[in-house]
Design a protein around this ligand. Structure first.
Ligand code: SF4
Ligand code: SF4
Length: 410
């Protein structure tokens, strides 16, 4: 662990923590595992200790002679395990009264651990899959748009050479059968509104977010260059995402590698809210084709805390005839994580499930019959928990609910 791997402000952050414990109180991993070691407060203190132990004058001197001291490796492995048992939900950063930039710090700690061989071994598969197949599931990337064949009324020419808007589907929506309903629904909405759009099919590669979360950002450059070139080749001025993690990496990391000038990046909920405002969509009235429905909305971490999109999904829900929105105890800025982020499902599936349980229980307490969200990974995590436990709840992406509520042609 090298102190030089961290920025000056990150090193300052280690001393700036006041040990107020607020991050410990909100951390969904701490609550689900009943383990304070997983909190930002304890991780920061451990990191400070590790950097102090490993960056003394003599270590630098030894390294200058090419000698790498091997002391303390087991504790670094333990620290690595702890750091990766985190969903990167960002609530610790959101609550921290000192304003410590914790989320980027966790990413940089992961990078430093991975660089030095202290990340969980499973993370290596992510890089192998992305480099070999260009998608996180190691599927044939030529099959990335095969979900179109499963649409009841698939529009023709969804993969076009040129369009104003590119719909970037993301790996989960493209390959995971349950989540494939989400791109199908957004396509239905965009066609209904007469939007000029295309998908990129096999030319779309994984956005690279799983590499970032697994501490391997050094493999991002080719992916980013490829995806940006493919979007530009289609002369698009806008890219729309149903996956908040794809949106976040495009917004925050892609500009470090590529020129995105003239390219608007939006989440589907932002685009659809605009369509609703412009009255470009017509919905069935509650007493005609659509049943009244009580829903609760789950803010995905990467869309809410990550991209500050809180209001647009609620605006859409309020515009749907017959739909009543009830809020969970934790919503908006402090929405509880569903356990699906940060590659946690791969690293520690039991912890991911325990987090999903807390989320679903909170949703159940509202009395809603449907959990609506705006992320294919959240849909996957919560649906898996609901089905396994045979709970009488439906989990839908907002695009699915909107598509269901479109007025049927007369
Ligand atoms: S990012 Fe979320 S899960 Fe990770 S330490 Fe912070 S609050 Fe806990
Ligand atoms: S909320 Fe911020 S200041 Fe308080 S213990 Fe956590 S990291 Fe430290």
């Amino acid at each position: 662990m090298r102190a030089s791997a961290f920025s000056f402000s990150q090193r300052l952050a280690l001393d700036a923590c006041t040990h107020c414990g607020q991050c410990l109180n909100v951390c969904p991993a701490v609550a689900a595992a009943n383990d304070a070691e997983l909190s930002a407060e304890v991780r920061l203190a451990r990191l400070k200790g590790l950097l102090r132990d490993r960056n003394a004058f003599f270590q630098n001197l030894l390294e200058s002679f090419g000698i790498v001291p091997g002391h303390g490796a087991p504790s670094l492995d333990e620290y690595g395990t702890s750091v990766f048992r985190c969903s990167l939900c960002g609530d610790c950063q959101e609550i921290c009264p000192v304003g410590l930039p914790l989320k980027d710090l966790w990413l940089d700690v992961r990078r430093e651990l991975a660089t030095n061989g202290h990340a969980p071994a499973k993370t290596k598969a992510i890089r192998a899959n992305l480099e070999g197949s260009h998608n996180v599931f190691d599927e044939d990337n030529d099959e990335r748009a095969d979900w179109i064949d499963n649409m009841r009324k698939a529009p023709r020419n969804l993969v076009r050479r040129q369009a104003d808007t590119v719909y970037f589907t993301g790996c989960v929506g493209a390959y995971f059968p349950l989540a494939q309903k989400i791109p199908m629904a957004l396509v239905q909405i965009l066609v209904n509104a007469g939007t000029d759009f295309t998908i990129m099919g096999a030319d779309e590669w994984c956005c690279g977010f799983p590499l970032l979360g697994s501490g391997q950002p050094d493999a991002l450059a080719d992916i980013i260059a490829h995806n940006v070139a493919e979007v530009k080749r289609r002369k698009a001025s806008r890219v729309v995402f149903t996956c908040p993690s794809c949106l976040q990496i495009w917004k925050e990391v892609y500009p470090r590698y590529a020129d995105l000038e003239g390219l608007e990046l939006v989440h589907a909920s932002e685009l659809v809210a605009g369509l609703v405002r412009d009255k470009a969509l017509t919905f069935a009235q509650a007493d005609e084709q659509a049943e009244p429905l009580v829903v609760t909305y789950h803010d995905p971490c990467d869309l809410g805390r990550g991209s500050r999109v809180f209001e647009e999904p609620r605006e859409i829900l309020r515009a749907l005839p017959g739909v009543q929105l009830v809020e969970m105890a934790h919503h908006g800025r402090h929405s509880l994580c569903c356990g699906g982020g940060g590659n946690l499902e791969m690293i520690d599936p039991a912890l991911s499930t325990a987090m999903a349980r807390r989320k679903v229980e909170e949703a159940q307490a509202t009395g809603a019959t449907t959990i609506v969200t705006t992320c294919q990974q959240c849909v996957r995590t919560m649906t898996t928990y609901v089905r396994r436990n045979k709970l009488g709840l439906e989990v839908l992406d907002l695009a699915q609910l909107v598509a269901k509520r479109l007025a049927k042609p007369a």
